[in-house]
Design a protein around this ligand. Structure first.
Ligand code: CO
Length: 467
């Protein structure tokens, strides 16, 4: 039996808590278990990117860069991985190349080994700068294909894009199935096709939302996928990933055996379980997201988008319009050139669908983001836009066809000037670039904390406090 151990990326420090508990795991909650996690033998641990950056600054009042450095200190043997939204970095707009390059440089300098880069339209021009920067910094550049369904997304489409990714200088490819749409036998076909088209290692990332994920992994591994993404059981399943321990056990004694120690995994799970129980008690973890949501297969909409939709409609007092909006989403998606639904395209399509239904007339009101998308400012979609909708949204404005960032002048200097008064470390300008308001609030909080500490030290010196 030739051995071909399946490699595993652990997601509990990023995607799992983002998907289940609104990205609220703090650095303090992570650090005590890292030494044990470092002994497992993971291919990598995903610990940064996505919403972690925003949630750290906004809700946890933590510096995300400080978190990364502390995690890196603990993981002596395991590679650290982050998720990176192409030219959007971790934000929601397109940034100039100088910001993208600087972010990659600082991420690697602070401890990231593998950068998973994706674009919500699969427009690979939006990945070029990040891939080049990762290559330059000596990091592993992985390109993730945003997986979706639709007429345009044939096996030939995926094979072609994989080939182009290889030519771009990426080190591996990830199939990023954010909605859990990839069903087991389709995974066999997709992985087989990609393996025909490229020699790059292939990783599969999916979510349990629709209930098929562990079967999908089984078929994908049999078809030759190299790495799978899993989460330790206390924060697995539901809208998160399949459970690490379960996948490890599944492949035990086969050619794909990971060789991981189940006793060690059990100790790690024991550490995270009270955190899960606490989150259930406080309501941070809603038992609803732990179940199977078959609507995601019916409407091909990611779980996170469904819950956003519910809260948007609630705010408008229009919860009765839920099913109407669900049916409008695929129509808007079609008008917009059939993009995958992942941040930020998922928000753009979802919000426009809500407006179309609530206004009683399609595209009577059009969001700023919809206009930008239909002007080509997010890049090229797999199919052309509906010309009538485009005309209604942007009038006679000439859409752009170049790589959107080609039109954005360098902006680091300007950003540095804007935030100079708050700067305590080089990385602060990047926090500010991504989330100007949230980062500024955090900088103020950080400065106030410091003043407090200084005052305490001074008081202690003055004998104001008993020693
Ligand atoms: Co994910």
């Amino acid at each position: 039996m030739t051995k071909k151990p399946i490699k595993i990326t652990e997601t509990i420090l990023r995607d799992a808590h983002q998907s289940l508990i609104a990205t609220r795991m703090s650095t303090e909650q992570m650090l005590p278990i890292i030494e044990k996690m470092d002994k497992v033998g993971y291919h990598s641990v995903e610990c940064w990117g996505g919403a972690t950056f925003d949630a750290s600054l906004r809700f946890l009042k933590e510096d995300p860069w400080e978190r990364l450095r502390k995690i890196k200190d603990g993981f002596k043997n395991t590679k650290l991985q982050m998720l990176f939204r192409g030219q959007n970095i971790l934000g929601y707009r397109h940034y100039a190349d100088d910001v993208v390059e600087y972010f990659v440089q600082k991420s690697v300098a602070n401890g990231i080994d593998i950068i998973r880069i994706f674009d919500c339209l699969n427009d690979i021009r939006n990945l070029e700068t990040a891939v080049r920067a990762a290559n330059k910094e000596g990091a592993h550049a992985q390109i993730a294909l945003s997986y979706t369904l639709g007429d345009a997304y044939t096996l030939d489409y995926w094979k072609d894009i994989a080939k182009r990714i290889e030519d771009m200088g990426a080190n591996s490819i990830c199939i990023k199935d954010m909605a859990g749409l990839l069903v087991p036998y389709e995974a066999t076909k997709l992985v087989t096709a990609l393996k025909e088209s490229t020699d790059l290692p292939i990783q599969l990332h999916t979510h349990y939302t629709s209930g098929v994920a562990s079967m999908t992994y089984l078929k994908a591994v049999e078809a030759g996928v190299d790495v799978i993404d899993t989460a330790m059981s206390p924060l697995a399943l539901g809208t998160s990933q399949p459970a690490t321990e379960v996948m490890v056990e599944t492949f035990k004694g086969t050619e794909f055996d990971t060789g991981f120690d189940q006793n060690l995994l059990a100790e790690i799970a024991d550490y995270f379980r009270p955190l899960q129980e606490e989150a259930l008690k406080t309501g941070l973890l809603n038992p609803k997201v732990m179940g199977v949501n078959i609507k995601t297969l019916l409407y091909q909409v990611p779980g996170g988008m469904l819950s956003n939709l519910v809260s948007q409609l609630k705010e408008q007092g229009a919860e009765d319009k839920y099913y109407e909006v669900l049916q409008e989403i695929p129509r808007v998606r079609k008008d917009y050139g059939e993009p995958p639904l992942v941040t930020p395209s998922s928000q753009i399509v979802g919000t426009q669908a809500v407006l179309n239904v609530l206004a009683g007339e399609r595209y009577k009101m059009v969001t700023k983001e919809s206009k930008a998308l239909l002007s080509g400012e997010y890049g090229e979609t797999v199919k052309p836009f509906n010309p009538e909708v485009q005309k209604k949204a942007i009038g006679d404005k000439e859409p752009i066809t170049c790589r959107p960032a080609d039109l954005i002048p360098d902006e680091l200097d300007k950003l540095e000037k804007e935030m100079a008064q708050w700067k305590e470390q080089d990385e602060d300008v990047l926090s500010y670039a991504l989330f100007p308001q949230v980062a500024t609030e955090f900088f103020k909080y950080r400065a106030a904390q410091k003043t407090k500490v200084d005052a305490t030290v001074a008081d202690e010196k003055n004998g104001a406090y008993p020693v």
